[in-house]
Write a protein that binds this ligand. Structure first.
Ligand code: FES
Length: 156
């Protein structure tokens, strides 16, 4: 039996082992933060963090994640108590349609966990894999910068 820990809680996976992680998160666990964009690993809307790495969950089968830790957008905070990066995206009004934002946040979260003082160039290079059709790239960049500042200020 495949067991995956999601946002700190262990779950036994009772679906076909080839089911993409994205489908299982949304359909079995009701975690709808990760979005279905292309289903082909090309847009980044479905990005989650697996063992500290940003992963496009639409192209990873659940069987490949046995024993692994997954963090989704829901693991960073709630609507009432958003995490620092989520708060920064709200404060910068980074979203237009908002569809890409969960993936952007998760990819940026993985970067900042590794590189808390990431440069603008690093942030841009990292987020290149995530597409935004509305073109709010500059606001997204500002939000990641703001979130990074908040996270550094909050860390001991
Ligand atoms: Fe996964 Fe587009 S939905 S990369």
């Amino acid at each position: 039996m495949t067991t995956i820990t999601v946002n700190g809680s262990a779950h036994e996976v009772a679906v076909d082992p080839t089911t993409p992680l994205l489908y299982w998160l949304r359909d079995a666990l009701g975690l709808n933060g990760a979005k279905y964009g292309c289903g082909l690993g090309q847009c980044g809307a479905c990005t989650v963090v697996v063992e500290g790495e940003a992963v496009m969950s639409c192209v990873v089968p659940v069987v490949a994640l046995d024993g692994k830790h997954v963090t989704t957008l829901e693991g960073l905070g709630t609507a009432d108590a958003p995490g620092p990066l989520q708060r920064a995206f709200i404060d910068e009004q980074a979203a237009q349609c908002g569809f890409c934002i969960p993936g952007m946040i998760m990819r940026a979260e993985a970067l900042l966990a590794r590189r808390p003082d990431a440069s603008d160039a690093e942030i841009r290079a990292t987020l290149q894999t995530n597409l935004c059709r509305c073109g709010t790239h500059m606001r997204i960049l500002k939000a990641v910068r703001r979130g990074a500042d908040a996270m550094r200020a909050a860390s001991p």
